[in-house]
Design a protein around this ligand. Structure first.
Ligand SMILES: Cc1cc2nc3c(=O)[nH]c(=O)nc-3n(C[C@H](O)[C@H](O)[C@H](O)COP(=O)(O)OP(=O)(O)OC[C@H]3O[C@@H](n4cnc5c(N)ncnc54)[C@H](O)[C@@H]3O)c2cc1C
Length: 330
């Protein structure tokens, strides 16, 4: 939807084909932290896109709210990173990468880290697509990309064939399956993440708290998210009692008030995982009217404005903000 919105904004006619209901998969399931969890642990290829996306997000959220009336609840709440952590090395990394960081007794505080509320962000993105005249076709599964004479001719779907001048694959964890023989080295697979949701009367924390893979994300209305896991279980979106218990124990250790709180909801989503967390963004090397913007793994929401920018520059033949070689479709 982010890709579609930007294309519509520059005057293209866009149709979005969605197997189920749009915006209900990984993008709905995620936490909406707008930063890599520990950026110093990632290569430049990840941070380049993520930090640019992070910096663009405030404007995107503002535009979405103004044009659709739906507030994605973008908020610069900050994130406290707790040990185990090499505080000095992390704060040195922040200093050299222009990211604010404050050393404190219990870890490192990153005041610029923001959050968005995924379901609302998705509602706003959908409303923007519709307002700009985009067509959304739901319950429409793309079954096959039909190529002929070196170009994609049409998409065969459960609701008939769809023709266009160009086609963009943004099918998240399912992108490789959808592409079939055309996937080449786009190596994207599902990695499950489970989340728990609680509701307090008022926010129990002023900022996001992170320890290892476990985080607490306070929403402004008192909801609190506790996540997550990285499970290599194929296309299985079920939740498990073991993970629920593990998350509860880890959450209570971070925030004892959770002990008395009921779990409001427990869900799982499938991240579109790529080697090194490096997405594939660009044109197919043999089919010039086929593009991809997928495989953003743990940071697809954070990266989205920058990933869209890179894709549109590729389509338009305009200069890129940085070296995009690592994301090319090979
Ligand atoms: C638990 C969890 C926590 C996360 N936390 C964060 C976070 O804090 N910050 C962050 O930046 N990222 C986070 N992420 C990652 C982020 O959610 C993803 O990287 C991002 O949402 C991927 O977006 P996408 O549009 O590529 O995929 P999706 O949102 O999964 O969308 C893909 C869509 O394609 C559709 N589709 C698939 N196959 C077909 C087909 N054949 N035909 C038609 N439609 C099809 C699907 O139904 C789906 O709607 C998290 C993810 C999870 C699961």
């Amino acid at each position: 939807m982010a890709t579609a919105g930007a294309l519509l904004g520059q005057g293209a006619a866009v149709t979005l084909l969605e197997r189920g209901e749009i915006g209900r998969e990984s993008s709905w399931a995620g936490g909406g932290i707008l930063s890599p969890l520990c950026p110093w642990d990632y290569p430049d290829e990840v941070n380049r896109l993520a930090l640019r996306g992070m910096n663009m997000f405030g404007d995107l959220a503002g535009t979405l709210q103004q044009t659709t009336g739906i507030d994605p609840q973008y908020r610069r709440c900050g994130m406290l990173v707790l040990p185990p952590l090499d505080v000095q090395a992390a704060s040195d990394w922040c200093a050299t990468h222009g990211m604010q960081a404050e050393k404190c007794d219990d870890g490192l505080f990153l005041p610029e880290v923001a959050q968005a509320r995924n379901p609302r962000l998705l509602q706003a993105l959908r409303a923007r697509v519709e307002k700009l005249g985009g067509r959304i076709v739901e319950q429409c599964e793309v079954r096959q990309i039909v190529a002929e004479a070196g170009r994609v001719r049409h998409l065969a779907t459960t609701r008939g064939d769809f023709c266009a001048d160009a086609f963009i694959v943004t099918a998240g964890a399912w992108s490789k399956v959808l592409l079939g023989e055309h996937a080449l080295k786009a190596d994207i697979k599902p990695i499950r993440g489970q989340m728990l949701l609680f509701k307090f009367d008022t926010p129990p924390l002023p900022h996001i708290v992170l320890q290892g893979d476990i985080y607490l994300i306070p929403r402004s209305d008192g909801h609190l998210l506790l996540g997550s896991t990285r499970e290599d279980v194929g296309f299985d979106k079920s939740t498990t009692d073991e993970v629920r218990e593990m998350l509860l124990q880890r959450g209570i250790a971070l925030l004892p008030a959770l002990r008395d709180m009921p779990v409001v909801k427990h869900w799982a989503g499938l991240r579109p995982a790529s080697p090194g967390n490096i997405p594939t963004i660009g044109r197919h090397p043999q089919l010039p009217n086929l593009y991809i913007n997928s495989g953003h793994f743990r940071y697809g929401v954070t990266m989205s404005p920058a990933a869209v920018e890179v894709l549109l520059n590729t389509i338009n033949g305009t200069p890129q903000p940085f070296d995009v070689t690592p994301y090319l479709w090979r």
